[in-house]
Design a protein around this ligand. Sequence first.
Ligand code: ADP
Ligand code: MG
Length: 339
Amino acid sequence: MQKIQLLDQKTINKIAAGEVVESPKSVVKELTENAMDAGASTVTVEIKEGGISYIRVTDNGCGIPKEQVKEAFLRHATSKLSQIEDLEHLYTMGFRGEALASIAAVSQVEMTTRTKDEETGTRIEISAGEVKSFQDVACTEGTTVIVRNLFYNVPARRKFLKKPATESGYVSDLMNKLALGHPELSFRYINNGSTMLHTAGNGDAKASVFYVYGKEAATSMMEISFERGDYRLSGLIGKPELSRGNRNYENLFINGRFIKNRIVSSAVENAYKTRIMIGKFPVYVLNLEVDAAQVDVNVHPAKLEVRFKNDDEVYDFFYDAISSAFQDQVLIPRSSWEK
Ligand code: ADP
Ligand code: MG
């Protein structure tokens, strides 16, 4: 056995980056979440070669003041939380202060940013965690991050990347989910020079479904709105005949964050149970707004999961919400919606 020693910061960053940055999709996810946290109303995502060689995310959010730009790339540097108790009332997507540090540890990053109070913006280039340049630059308000050559310095990880077409498919899925969950934001997604998605950002949830799943789905969804205690649910659920052969169309957002949760999906599926065939799954886009103290979002670095304070309460809430949506529907003549 070799002597125990403390790892240097660069090695720590590379190892930790593995948890946050798995693929081009996770880079896009982190950067778009930062854009949303910055209060952006438009977000443009461009990728080339599946995002392996090039990812650009541009937002019109608040920007980062010049004197804080380098800090933003330090591990555990965040403007969103200062003590653990803040998690109890945190509604931002980020809070771990890891994304930019992680991304910069395993790629070549260029950021251009300007706040509304600054006359000139800032441009920083970082490769493998090292600042290569830092200068003033003329630019519009907001932030653009370009990530080149993901995992160029981590061959073991690079090997695990899939073909560009597969990686861009994952990014497309993510963009679709973002569009579904955030109709209030205008997303533009460009893959190898072609615009794949461009949403209006006017807050119309059905329009988002139309963009992402097409006309048939959009006309077969019904609106739902349900409130009880600390939980408020809104969104769209598919009529039973819209059901699909897998769970990919089950979209749950908790306080704006896309979440996979077994309790919620089984509650919803059970509420659908007598209405759809065995082996079929519902289509839905549900947004749960809940007091931050009721959910722990700090379960995994990728933040795809949450832990609820009270699982049974959540199960009953979703089961009742969906069931009552169907009951309300029955009041309308069946022929008008069961087509
Ligand atoms: P986190 O989002 O968890 O705080 P990040 O590493 O993603 O950590 O970002 C670090 C900090 O950099 C953020 O807290 C925020 O202050 C700033 N930042 C990152 N991206 C943007 C952006 N697009 N616009 C404005 N500020 C940003
Ligand atoms: Mg972040």
